[in-house]
Design a protein around this ligand. Structure first.
Ligand code: NAD
Length: 353
């Protein structure tokens, strides 16, 4: 296994360093892989003038998985659009054809007070949102703003082929098999033909997964149920636009941005793994960032790309123990807990591994 490590900007290098320490413990216990660093984002612009240089493209194309910190920072905000760090992010997703975005929203019981919802509604929350990432109304043609009958009209096209729906449905069914075998597909089939097809194809695909319990929900109801009773969900499958909104809603249920990992996969389970948060320039270089989202991204990598479930579970278990022991970075700190910095949190995870 070859893992490309793109630390990126801001807190990226600090949090990725802790995730690499975790990987190295697993290596010393027999897991075989090599790590190769590369440049993406602002640091790549500084070194080469490009946010996604040719050498990084070569590296990620030959790697089995990519571990990414975060990119961006105020010093790059005035660059021409093509040189912005975020461009590198979009380009890498496109270059690797990462069509499946997996975002878990897990609220550890110890952090139930971090949510804006009542602890009894969210404690123990554990949802996985599977979002299609390369199709739908965000990419559909025709699109534009034009003059019609004397006024401006804006339009976009919501479009999915059955092949696009089927491949993301397979990802969701397989993910459900690695969890509690319940899948809820979210659509708007009462109004939109595109999502009527979505539902038909998901139902067809379900025939190959008789062991997974499939349900359907309209997106407006799903948005409501996520705040009313989020623990009813296990895996949620949805398209690009609905997934964009629902995954942000679900992540906010947990109230702790520094805790949430994500995966973006291609059709061979090659993946890009990253925390959902950004480069947090306000706290960069201060040893205060929470590295747990990045460490949990490594667990996702082991589960989804390398099929190493025991190693993935071992990391997640260590994180749970660390929280149980009261270790907290500033973002999740409550009085009475043990305050640690980025490296201190890494030490605590390693001790529990
Ligand atoms: P952000 O996620 O970087 O930060 C939002 C807030 O959360 C900040 O107060 C920050 O200090 C805090 N925070 C984030 N991660 C944390 C962690 N691990 N531990 C503790 N606190 C944490 O979002 P932003 O401030 O809107 O964006 C900053 C930069 O990051 C921008 O340049 C933006 O474009 C970029 N960004 C990159 C990605 C990515 O690389 N995937 C995603 C979002 C934003």
């Amino acid at each position: 296994m070859k893992i490309a490590v793109l630390a990126g900007d801001g807190i990226g290098p600090e949090i990725v360093a802790q995730a690499v320490r975790v990987l190295e413990v697993l290596r010393s216990d027999g897991l075989k892989f090599e790590l190769e660093p590369g440049l993406l984002g602002g640091c790549a612009v500084d070194a080469t003038g490009e946010p996604f240089p040719e050498a990084t493209l070569k590296l990620v194309t030959t790697a089995d998985a990519v571990l990414l910190g975060a990119v961006g920072g105020p010093q790059y905000d005035t660059l021409p659009r093509a040189q912005r760090p975020e461009r590198g992010l979009l380009a890498i997703r496109k270059a690797l054809n990462l069509f499946a975005n997996l975002r878990p929203a897990v609220l550890y019981p110890e952090l139930a007070n971090a949510s804006t919802l009542k602890p009894e509604v969210v404690a123990g929350l554990d949802i996985l949102i599977v979002r299609e990432l390369t199709g739908d109304i965000y990419f559909g043609e025709p699109r534009g703003i034009e003059q019609r009958a004397g006024q401006r009209v804006g339009f976009n096209t919501m479009i999915y082929s059955e092949a696009e729906i089927r491949r993301i449905a397979h990802v969701a069914f397989r993910a459900a098999r690695k969890r509690s075998r319940r899948l809820c597909s979210v659509d708007k089939m009462n109004v939109l033909e595109c999502t009527q097809l979505w539902r038909e194809v998901v139902v067809e695909t379900a025939a190959e997964y008789p062991d997974v319990e499939l349900s359907h929900m309209l997106v407006d109801n799903a948005a409501m149920q996520l705040v009313r009773n989020p623990r009813q969900f296990d895996v949620m499958l949805t398209g690009n636009m609905f997934g964009d909104i629902l995954s942000d809603e679900a992540s906010m249920l947990t109230g702790s941005i520094g805790m949430l990992p994500s995966a973006s996969l291609d059709d061979k389970n090659k993946g890009l793994y990253e925390p959902i948060h950004g480069s947090a320039p306000d706290i960069a270089g201060k040893d205060v960032a929470n590295p747990l989202a990045t460490i949990l991204s490594v667990a996702m990598m082991l589960r989804y790309t390398f099929n190493q479930e025991p190693a993935a579970a071992r990391i997640e278990e260590a994180v749970k123990k660390v929280l149980g022991q009261g270790y907290r970075t500033g973002d999740i700190y409550e009085s009475g807990m043990k305050r640690v910095g980025t490296a201190g949190m890494g030490d605590a995870v390693l001790a529990n591994l």
